[in-house]
Write a protein that binds this ligand. Structure first.
Ligand code: PMV
Ligand code: MG
Length: 360
């Protein structure tokens, strides 16, 4: 039996701007996993996943027709990942076989609701990695990233693929996405093997080293939100405010670059300053677009952290889910933990996950 896991992720900074090519975000992989197991099968195969089993399938109407929104459904990411990796395998003269594939996830809470740790990215990466072993393709990390990103392109996901990068590389990352319009143009004209062999314009994935004394705290406010919905909403409303939106993009880029510099110089104070700056920039994005990113519960999470020597902001698309706090090892965390608990904020006992090859 083959069994592979891929970690979930949390955004530290640069959200929303990172969906535009060349705008950096900082992301970490966390030690909660999606696991894919595969067994060789005969004559036909099967796919089994308990993820979201009790969540409704969302739909909308376009020109009077009912249209399913498949972007929040992990099944479609699994199918696209299989299709693309098998195409790649065929192009490398591999004989395709049958298999039973089973997905289990720690990224969904016991009552079936997401923590917002990014299970669609992780399930895609875990599926590609499992097939990599099954067909002995010897894929390197970047190729696994590209195959998983192509699968997200097939599902018409509007995300940056930062979750995929975190899941592939582990640890702390500075990530900027590729030019998605370029991919849409070349996609139909090339084989999968050709696509993954190309240099993807503006894609950048750089591992970062966190300062030794830096501590990351994570709080969960509940009320999970749909990332793809929130990104759609920001995209629709930015058009009326193009100038302010362009300014937001430039400010976010400058802020995250300064934060990356803070990582390179082991400067926790500078990282904290930029966390605060990024929080303000996301509040500005809310005033530009009307999309609520920092909910009242996330505001409370951040304000309590600030009262306890932390620098805090919402993580990811916001609208619920997690907030993150950067503190120094030297400041105690227990007072903050108890104020959070009194405010119904759940501290998540997660750690940054470093994959095997980066453990040194
Ligand atoms: O809500 P999350 O943790 O999936 O993060 C989304 C981050 C965005 O920048 C808003 C979207 C993206 O795909 O990068
Ligand atoms: Mg989220």
């Amino acid at each position: 039996m083959i069994e592979v896991s891929a970690p979930g992720k949390l955004y530290i900074a640069g959200e929303y701007a990172v969906v535009e090519a060349g705008h950096p975000a900082i992301i970490v992989a966390v030690d909660q996993f999606v696991t894919v197991s595969m067994n060789e099968a005969k004559r036909n195969g099967s796919i089994q996943s308990g993820q979201y089993s009790d969540l409704p399938v969302r739909w909308t109407r376009k020109k009077g027709e009912l249209v399913l929104d498949i972007r929040d459904n992990p099944f479609h990411y699994i199918l696209a990942a299989i299709r693309l990796t098998e195409k790649y395998a065929l192009e490398h003269e591999t004989t395709l076989r049958f298999f039973d594939l089973k997905v289990t996830s720690e990224l969904d809470s016991s009552n079936g609701r997401k923590y917002g740790l990014g299970s669609s990215g992780a399930v895609t990466v875990a599926t590609v990695k499992a097939l990599n072993e099954f067909y002995q393709l010897n894929l390197d990390r970047l190729t696994i990233f590209k195959l998983a990103a192509l699968a997200h392109h097939e599902v018409a996901s509007n995300g940056s693929c930062g979750d995929i990068a975190a899941s592939c590389y582990g640890g702390w990352l500075a990530f900027s996405t590729f030019d998605h319009d370029w991919l849409a143009e070349v996609y139909a004209q090339h084989s999968v093997a050709e696509l993954v062999a190309m240099d993807w314009p503006q894609l950048s994935i750089q591992p970062l080293q966190a300062p030794k004394d830096l501590r990351l705290l994570i709080g969960w406010t509940g009320s999970p939100a749909s990332t793809s919905d929130l990104v759609d909403q920001v995209h629709h409303s930015r058009e009326q405010q193009q100038q302010r939106y362009t300014q937001f993009l430039a400010d976010s880029k400058a802020c995250v670059e300064k934060m990356i510099e803070g990582f390179r110089q082991n400067n926790i104070k500078q990282i904290q300053q930029m966390i605060r700056k990024n929080r303000h920039l996301l509040q500005e994005l809310t005033s530009i677009t009307g999309v609520v990113i920092e909910t009242p519960a996330l505001k409370q999470l951040c304000d309590l952290a600030e009262e306890n020597e932390g620098a805090a902001k919402s993580s990811g698309a916001g609208g619920g889910d997690c907030g993150i706090v950067i503190t120094s090892q030297k400041s105690g965390i227990l007072p903050l933990m108890s104020t959070w608990e009194n405010a119904d904020i759940t501290p998540l006992p997660l750690h940054v996950y470093f994959s095997e090859k980066r453990k040194d």
